[in-house]
Design a protein around this ligand. Sequence first.
Ligand code: PLP
Length: 419
Amino acid sequence: MKEQTLAIHAGYDKDAQGTMAVPIYQTTAYEFRDTEHAANLFALKELGNIYTRLMNPTTDVFEKRFNALEQGGGAVGTASGMAAIFYAIANVAEAGDNIIVASQVYGGTTTLTGHTIKRFGIETRYFNVNNPSEIEALVDEKTKIILFESITNPSIDVADFEAIVAIAKKHNIMTCVDNTVATPILCKPLTLGCDIVVHSASKYTTGQGLAIGGIIVERENLVEMIKGNPRYAHFNEPDESYHGLIYSDLPLPPFTLRVRLALLRDLGATPSPFNSWLYIQGLETLPLRMKQHSASALKIAQYLEAHPKVKSVNYPALKSNNNYALAQKYFPKGTSGLLSFEVESKEVAQSIADKTEIFKVVVNIGDSKSIITHPASTTHQQLSSQELIDCGIPAGLIRLSVGLEDSEDLIADLEKALS
Ligand code: PLP
């Protein structure tokens, strides 16, 4: 099936009542047929619903639909994008291990990798996403995953998938891509050789800024790289917390299964059924919306590029952009609704943001409503000046999340604020 059809139908036909819209299964738990049925479900001899911290029929549709759009081998929903990123790391790394992360990532990912997981004994080594050859020198036998964003937030760089995947494959290390900004409509990292995709579903997936959520998707046949791989010994050895289960021996997607059985079981950042239902509604129109977000953002980027008060514009579909060639290669359908531009100073940036009317001062992206953000004083405020430089965030940088309003109105709003 084609993508727009998958976005509307994948993962759901009808329930026992013939319900056309996906029902919200608002329940904590599920009645078992008898105790033997319950025991079989817990022992994975039979697959089925146990408890909503682990699975839920509405969330199951969200997971199957997202998995179909990413062309993955299995997916698991989480309560937020940050939970998805943390679980992707915690699923492979433990105290004494290290992970390799692009410096240009969302501020929450920088604080998670640079501070929070450090306290768990996991070291983060950073590379410049514009220079993937730096990865090679960072790898050792304790490296568990290479994490980067397909289109970076907020510096709007584009990852060179081929270069990163080549190094990862050479060392048999998993790659994990935060594909939130691109969405599976503009880029499918699993088809480019990556192993894991994570998303904040809070952004383009809901599309209207309605709920916080996330998802992890693994590629098909990931088990082939995990099986016997000493980096991922805990997937190949008996899990004592699960009666000696060996994940790589099961005919199920091992990465997302382990997130569900071990991490959702013990840490519990599970999506609510109602939020999963919202993501399902959002996915139905995602292909149409991403086309419109990308087309409007390009018009606005071209307008800003010609404005005398703007020092530079970061939007990879602009011919003048350093990432133009990579964007043409990996994002032929458009480069999403996120762009950033630099003005003279922090004060000028803040005054522009204060003057816009349609663009609202908000820390979110991927909404139908346009948003203007000053990262240095908000999303990235907790970063040191060196971390800000490493992330590509000068004090005068403004980020726009271009919504679905008429682009002429949006340009008029910026014209007034810049005058
Ligand atoms: N990844 C990216 C690229 C983001 O922009 C964000 C949030 O802005 C996140 C992850 C975190 O997602 P959430 O807010 O759903 O936890």
